[in-house]
Write a protein that binds this ligand. Structure first.
Ligand code: GLN
Length: 285
């Protein structure tokens, strides 16, 4: 027999040899086995686990120890306070990407029906977060992967966000003839030869959602170029990028004629997002 507290302590000690945040990870896995929240675990630390529960928990801890991300083990990850289904067909939403949502919301008024595009939506994390905060706006969420879109569709239903339309295709291609006040994207941006791809949970994630050619910049370049024809006058483009790509991405925005180009840092102090506006009406000053 084992109490919740001692099972968690034991698992956290084992996981700490391999991963950061071992207690948090242990709690996520045990909460999943017991179908309870992490808060519930904290409320009832003395409760005894049944042998079946303990066996199932140990099996999940073992999978985590082998490197499988806990979001894939439990099939869930919270983003912007929305619990989202996650599968190996989708990237796991990162806390860093909440910065992109925060910055994007600054450009979407509460009381106006803006058209927004989220390119490479995956689980739908960004699109659903924006749609939940701006019910009058409509978000068009695009992904190349039909399997990812099926996950996004279930997440949309789960949170009854009817102001999201899911579209299958390559970046802006499925959105032909539409214009947007805001375009946002967390595209693949890791270099093909980046050693991080073999580390942590990354080997478990879809490579197509992580890796881009041309030093990780190929997809970002396409999005920066093609968004110009799809932004309304002075519409905003916001893109997440890798920790060492801020200068390159800022230059790409400038080369393509964007103005008010700004680099933004995440909570860890890493440059993470570039934003800029595109003026489609020529100015005569
Ligand atoms: N930020 C992720 C990572 O470094 C990558 C996400 C992406 O490629 N868009 O793990």
């Amino acid at each position: 027999m084992s109490s919740i507290r001692s099972a968690l302590n034991h698992a956290a000690t084992i996981l700490a040899t391999r991963h950061e945040g071992a207690m948090f990870e242990s709690e996520i896995l045990l909460a999943h086995v017991l179908k309870k929240t992490r808060t519930w675990l904290h409320t009832w630390p003395e409760r005894e686990l049944t042998t079946t529960q303990l066996t199932r928990f140990n099996a999940l801890v073992e999978r985590r120890l082998q490197g499988e991300p806990s979001a894939y083990i439990t099939g869930e990850r919270e983003f912007w306070s929305l619990p989202l289904e996650v599968t190996p067909d989708t990237l796991i939403p990162r806390p860093d990407t909440e910065l992109l949502v925060e910055l994007t919301l600054e450009h979407i008024p509460l009381d106006e029906p803006f058209n927004i595009a989220d390119l490479g939506t995956g689980t739908g994390a960004i699109a659903l977060a924006l749609a939940s905060e701006r019910p009058r706006s409509h978000v068009f969420a695009v992904d190349f992967s039909e399997d990812a879109l099926a996950v996004a569709a279930r997440n949309r239903t789960r949170h009854t966000l009817n102001n999201v339309t899911l579209c299958c295709g390559d970046w802006l291609v499925p959105l032909a003839n539409q214009t947007f006040q805001v375009i946002v994207s967390n595209p693949p941006y890791i270099r093909e030869d980046d050693a991080h791809l073999n580390q942590g949970g990354l080997p478990f994630e879809p490579r197509s959602a992580l890796v881009a050619t041309d030093n990780g910049l190929d997809d970002i370049r396409k999005i920066v170029a093609d968004s110009r024809a799809r932004l309304v006058a002075n519409g905003w483009l916001l893109i997440e990028h890798g920790y060492d790509q801020s200068i390159d991405v800022t230059q790409l925005f400038a080369q393509h004629g964007y103005h008010n180009v700004t680099a933004h840092h995440d909570l860890n102090g890493q440059p993470r997002v570039v934003s800029g506006q595109f003026r489609t009406i020529p100015s005569h000053n």
